[in-house]
Design a protein around this ligand. Structure first.
Ligand code: AMP
Ligand code: ZN
Length: 134
């Protein structure tokens, strides 16, 4: 089921562009446009669900794939994932690579902080993550 006003459904349908990282029959992963760190990725089911806990397709295998690609791309074992869903009402998991405690956040991610990246940098990051997918 899709939702006509949902921005992530529009991304799934290709009506709004995204920096795509991965796609299969059920899921799509793309860079968050206000990244909390380089490589901040959102993983969404293609089908519209309001909440992550409603998603019927298997989220775990594909989450593992995305997290591993981020680990490889950024040479870190520290990939934080979280779910908020306060802004966009389409299920999504956030994946944020961490580098060290001076990467703009402290020991915990400061959700008010974002990094500014150009279109070219975002394209380059998305390509590197795609190339690290196994
Ligand atoms: P939340 O629903 O609270 O988990 O936050 C939604 C997230 O989606 C935020 O981090 C936004 O920066 C991100 N976001 C909103 N619109 C887009 C978009 N068009 N492309 C990529 N990320 C987006
Ligand atoms: Zn949707």
């Amino acid at each position: 089921m899709e939702n006509e006003v949902c921005i992530f459904c529009k991304i799934t349908k290709g009506e709004i562009p995204c920096y795509k990282v991965f796609e299969d029959n059920n899921f799509l992963a793309f860079l968050d446009i206000t990244p909390k760190n380089k490589g901040h990725t959102l993983l969404i089911p293609k089908k519209h669900y309001r909440w992550v806990w409603e998603v019927e397709e298997d989220y775990s295998k594909v989450s593992n794939k995305i997290a591993n690609a981020l680990k490889k791309t950024f040479a870190t074992d520290w990939v934080v994932s979280f779910v908020m869903g306060q802004d966009v009402p389409h299920a999504h998991i956030h994946f944020v690579p961490r580098f060290d405690e001076t990467d703009g956040h402290g020991p915990l991610i400061d959700i008010s902080k974002t990094v500014n990246l150009s279109k070219e940098e975002m394209e380059d990051i998305a390509k590197k993550i795609q190339d690290s997918l196994e």
